[in-house]
Design a protein around this ligand. Structure first.
Ligand code: ZN
Length: 435
């Protein structure tokens, strides 16, 4: 069934029959999968005919997929599609274990680009824009597959990749590029190279007016975005939220509010579940839980009740001022990034928002955990903004302020600007220095 145009404008109720029709096809794919027959013995026989009954089915998690790929390389026995009809292979970075091989059929690739295009369009990208795509094209979905999502908006897309920042600056100037797709940490690196290369030029002189970002916590914080607007004269949007095993980009902000629109309601079934438990949380405005995802239209590697590890808060399910009926949510954090300090849950997204409220700091930070939990205080390294001298008094004052905002003890290390280094890829903010 082809992916419907503009499904993100429909309210979920209007998509019920379309979703039900897709589920009838999809449940046959699950039933025919060796993986689901082995891991979920009851699933092939008892897959419910109605999506409303899906909570009776067992969950699928990353560990199961990882073990399955190790036993049945390269795609795992959850491939569920003839191997000679797979036309694209991506690999995940493998930061949390072995790299995963992700398979797409032509149908899957087309659908993925369409859903990603909805997210990028809502964030303000479209015909007439020239966008340079600065994510890694090597193996990873963020490169080619995100590129095709940008193209689906009708914008002119320039494939650049990561690194070679001096060449990027030259390319932006020569082509009159007005938009950039990159990680939230990259503009800091771009500004650094620009200052070395053309000291007379301010970042805002480069002409970038729109930024399409994703992939790191802190992006939803209005203070961070205001800083980019002040320095670069560009509007930064969170337009690229995805789960690589599921869909590389299925949510983004529209230009009228800050929550992420869930853009895949016609082709995916989302649920909320209590983290670490199996209890389902009702899908209604104000609910919080781990995002659990089921494919409704996927040929290769379909996932049934996949635990994403992302904790989200559902903000609204009514129609947005932008006209979209797609539900809106915020990402609170990762279940595996959660750091418990004396019983209080801390997430990098919350920590960065507190840091961005301190004018004496430039927003860079690391949470360096020297030993396994428990923690009495949150070990936090932060950089000073320009012209602020390092002093014990300032350190104590900031430490108090951050502790008050986060409502937990902070063990603060104050560093001069630039001390934490900048890199061109995805920056790891939480560093666990133990095995
Ligand atoms: Zn909207």
């Amino acid at each position: 069934m082809p992916c419907t145009d503009n499904a993100e404008f429909a309210l979920p109720d209007a998509l019920v029959s379309e979703r039900a029709a897709r589920w009838q096809v999809q449940r046959e794919r699950f039933a025919g999968s060796a993986f689901y027959q082995r891991h979920h013995p009851q699933a092939p026989l008892t897959l419910p005919t109605s999506l409303a009954d899906i909570a009776q089915m067992p969950f699928t998690d990353k560990e199961q997929l990882r073990a399955d790929q190790a036993a049945y390389p390269p795609f795992g026995s959850y491939l569920a599609h003839p191997r000679n009809r797979v036309t694209r292979l991506h690999r995940t970075s493998g930061t949390s274990g072995q790299a995963m091989n992700l398979a797409l059929s032509p149908h899957d690739a087309k659908l993925q680009a369409k859903v990603a295009g909805r997210a990028q369009s809502a964030a303000g990208l479209g015909p007439g824009d020239i966008v340079v795509h600065c994510l890694n094209y090597q193996l990873w979905m963020g490169g080619l597959t995100d590129h095709l999502g940008l193209e689906a908006t009708g914008a002119l897309v320039v494939p650049f990749g990561t690194g070679h920042t001096a060449l990027l600056i030259q390319t932006i100037r020569e082509l009159g590029i007005n938009a950039i797709s990159c990680t939230p940490s990259y503009p800091a690196r771009l500004a650094q190279v620009l200052a070395e290369q053309s000291p007379a030029m301010a970042p805002s002189d480069l002409g970038l007016r729109k930024a399409f970002m994703g992939g790191e916590p802190g992006l939803d914080d209005p203070v961070f975005r205001q800083r980019l607007a002040d320095v670069w004269g560009m509007q930064a949007m969170n337009s690229n939220y995805g789960v690589s095993d599921f869909l590389c980009n299925f949510a983004g902000q529209c230009t009228l509010q800050n929550d992420l629109h869930f853009m895949a309601m016609d082709v995916a079934h989302p649920e909320l579940v209590v983290p670490g438990q199996t209890t389902v949380v009702p899908w209604e405005a104000g609910s919080e839980g781990e995002l659990v995802l089921t494919h409704l239209d996927r040929e290769c590697q379909p996932l049934l009740r996949f635990r994403s590890g992302d904790l989200i808060r559902l903000g609204a399910t009514d129609r947005c001022a932008c006209g979209r009926g797609a539900p809106r949510f915020q990402v609170i954090g990762r279940t595996d990034d959660m750091i418990v300090v004396r019983g209080v849950n801390a997430f990098p997204s919350v920590v960065v928002a507190a840091i961005n409220r301190c004018e004496e700091l430039n927003g860079e930070y690391r949470i360096r955990l020297p030993h396994p939990p428990p923690y009495d205080r949150l070990p936090l390294e932060v950089e000073l903004a320009d012209n602020n001298p390092l002093s014990d008094e300032l350190s104590a004052q900031l430490s108090r302020r951050l502790s008050d905002t986060l409502r937990l003890g902070v063990l603060l290390t104050l560093l001069p600007g630039g001390a934490l280094g900048r890199n061109e890829g995805k920056t790891r903010r939480v560093i666990r220095e133990y095995n």
